[in-house]
Design a protein around this ligand. Structure first.
Ligand SMILES: Nc1ncnc2c1ncn2[C@@H]1O[C@H](COP(=O)(O)OP(=O)(O)O)[C@@H](O)[C@H]1O
Ligand SMILES: [Mg+2]
Length: 400
């Protein structure tokens, strides 16, 4: 998405440029101001916020280039495009020296214009491209807190660690992840996006997600299980390919739905958090899930066990979990009914209702395990990707 400021000396030309921008297919925002190039300086604050400044001035004189140089000089990442009458070679060189990188003559050639825009968009993407890491949360049995955990880890990474986070809700049975973070109806669901997959680009995607925090977007799951079944893995493949460049972290709430769609996400995931509780049925279901992961060829180091509602007095202790599942839990989350109930009933993150609650703090610690602080050297960061090594265990305070 490029932010464009158009300063135009002629309203008719400005309207035509606006129409050509729309036809170009390049995702953009446009702000138009009237004025000649020589008066550019009065738009200095708008120029600083733009990715592309288009100056349309058919009566441009060499003396006006100083104003362009002055106005764009304070915005090092700004691209500057000049649209003017026929230009001489000398004028072209002078414009380049003044910092103008794209000079087009009026009437504008649509193909040349779109090519220059694509160049600007490519430059911006190269600056802002992110190495989106995909992390999935799954569980053998429902109701063990997978969605609560995914939503709140997402919030912790976005709000407290300044990561650009996307949460994709893959639950096929009445998806609810967005309800834990917002009371607003999402603009679209994963299913809606799948039905219009040919329109998929950064701008369309942005229009489909619910922005629940400036750093956290949610792509809501299909509210209808029949429709959800129509989604194809190839749709998700396209979505993931697009969003990996736009977000630091892509969290997927897989829940209990294991199907071609979620298997695609699990395949693509850098790590998978498997959530369980301390009961025998959970052990059985989790064992089956881990066996399935084995059949899918996942290395056991990809999986991290997360015990929710942990209580050291429970009959099914950590030793039994390790014996049955062949790995130690990497993180233990306490039971905290009051905070969880407040948060889910109000549709807000745990941080909002219980910033210092035991569950909130434990989820925060989990977020740190998933995404170690950036100051850590790179090698160490990968070694610690998505939690501590198997065998290390998040300790709870005595009493839990
Ligand atoms: N650690 C916890 N302490 C108390 N309640 C919890 C905890 N984790 C989850 N819950 C509650 O359990 C219920 C089920 O959680 P949910 O995230 O919907 O499970 P799942 O997605 O695995 O089906 C929700 O009401 C949620 O608030
Ligand atoms: Mg759920």
């Amino acid at each position: 998405m490029i932010d464009i400021l158009l300063v135009s000396a002629n309203d008719t030309c400005a309207t035509q440029i606006g129409a050509m921008l729309r036809d170009s297919g390049i995702a953009h925002t446009l702000r138009t101001e009237s004025g000649a190039a020589r008066a550019l300086v009065k738009h200095a604050s708008l120029i600083r916020k733009a990715d592309l400044l288009i100056i349309e001035d058919s009566t441009l004189a060499a003396a006006d280039l100083a104003a362009i140089e002055e106005a764009s000089g304070h915005a090092p990442n700004l691209s500057c495009m000049l649209v003017t009458a026929e230009v001489s070679t000398d004028m072209l060189k002078a414009a380049m020296r003044a910092g103008v990188r794209h000079v087009l003559s009026w009437p504008l050639d649509a193909t040349a214009f779109a090519r220059e825009l694509a160049h600007v968009a490519g430059k911006k993407n190269a600056h802002t491209r992110r190495a989106g890491r995909v992390l999935a949360f799954a569980a053998g049995k429902g109701g063990c807190g997978t969605t609560l955990l995914t939503a709140n880890v997402g919030y912790a990474l976005a709000a407290a660690r300044d990561k650009r986070v996307l949460l994709i809700d893959l639950n096929q049975q009445f998806a609810d992840a967005n309800l834990l973070l917002s009371d607003k109806t999402p603009p679209a669901t994963l299913y809606d996006l799948g039905t219009q997959i040919d329109r998929l680009d950064a701008a369309f995607f942005e229009a489909c997600v619910a922005r629940v925090h400036p750093n956290l977007d949610v792509l809501a799951g299909a509210g209808d299980p029949v429709k959800a079944a129509e989604l194809r893995a190839s749709h998700l493949q396209r979505v993931l390919a697009l969003v990996r460049d736009q977000y630091d972290i892509v969290l997927c709430d897989v829940g209990q739905s294991i199907n071609p769609l979620s298997i695609h996400v699990l395949d693509q995931s850098d790590a998978v958090g498997v959530v369980l509780q301390q009961t025998v049925p959970h052990l059985h279901a989790t064992r089956r899930l881990l066996d399935l992961f084995g059949q899918l060829g996942y290395a056991s180091s990809k999986t991290r066990l997360i015990v929710n509602h942990y209580d050291k007095r429970e009959q099914v202790g950590l030793d039994a979990i390790e014996r049955t599942l062949g790995m130690k839990p990497a993180h233990l989350l306490p039971h905290d009914a009051k905070s969880a109930r407040h948060a889910v009933n109000q549709g807000v993150p745990l941080y909002t209702v219980a910033k210092n609650g035991a569950l909130t703090k434990s989820i925060d610690a989990l977020a740190t395990l998933l995404c170690p602080l950036e100051t850590a050297p790179r090698k160490r960061m990968f070694a610690r990707l998505f939690t501590a090594k198997p065998g290390t265990r998040q300790q709870l305070k005595p009493g839990h």
